[in-house]
Design a protein around this ligand. Sequence first.
Ligand code: ADP
Length: 364
Amino acid sequence: MAKVQLWGITQRYDSAIAIEDITFEVPDGEFWVLVGPSGCGKSTILRTIAGLETATSGDLYIGDRLVNQIPARQRDVAMVFQNYALYPHMSVAENLAFGLQMRKADPKTIRERVETVARMLNIEHLLERKPRQLSGGQQQRVALGRAIARQPQVFLLDEPLSNLDAQLRDDTRVELKQLHQQVGITTIYVTHDQVEAMTLADQIVVLNQGRIQQIGTPQTIYSYPANRMVATFLGNPPMNILQAIYDGSAFQVNGQILSCPESIRTCLQPSQGQRFDLGIRPEHMAIGSEGSFLSVEAIVVEPLGRETLVRAVVPEQGNFRQQVLNIQVEAGRQIHLGDRLPLQLSFEHLFVFNSATGETLYPS
Ligand code: ADP
């Protein structure tokens, strides 16, 4: 096991910058998840750590060793891809043993290691089969097993569950977490799926357009997002964003007045202009007409069993186009299409973002 450090890693392709000034340190034995939309640079970071790409600039350490010039084979990392990449002509046992044979481990060690890994992953009964005789989930286990058998210093996983169907993905995700608890290998995991990021990570690195947006525990990132992109990326359904105008004492949303508590007022400086984006999660709104509320119209009602999800709009007004919100309400509540609902926002869960830069202004 080893820590992994990236210092100012930048990767340019011709004129395009894939990742820029990426700096973070994954401590020994932790499970970190790189998450962000497609094209944000996640795989480029992983491939750079693996040594499959050479960074344009920056330094990369595995353990205490600077590995910028060290070829992939000598980095002692194992990478698992979404497409498994098993050797089709070899049995499962041979696939598991392959990395160890390449490293000239003695036959007894290889046999023991293959048995241990097979037991750990529940694939002992599959050892004689060829990959084509396995289901997708079983193939993915073998791919993980092959990487674990080598006992690398670092484990790199690139969207390893995305080829599995939903149920299997959930099960394998849980197993992966248990597996990490057992073997404790430093792991860096890439996904665009925020549920995987939230459930697996010790720390999440949120990326967008090649840059780090925020690094933190899942709970910190969810509760204190650094900007609008992070706020709307993590959470399902995502945080609602409402464009609002601030007149120095209250917000206006499409002409409707929404009172602004003192705590928020003191945070908003006149220099920050009048336009703000308000952020509120679907679970932090309630239907009720006491105090300050927005009048919205229900356009879709989705009963989900445990709760009901209502999609509603703040109607257009003058130059202001209608704004759409997702609201989570308790299951038994009767709501019909076209209903006008008074919507209260829980101010202690309200976020205020700079509308131009997206930076979180409140809570500061
Ligand atoms: P992600 O894994 O988050 O989907 P990638 O790391 O694959 O993103 O890509 C980041 C950016 O770099 C994308 O805009 C992609 O088009 C670009 N890119 C990746 N590899 C190459 C390459 N070999 N040549 C040119 N551009 C590339």
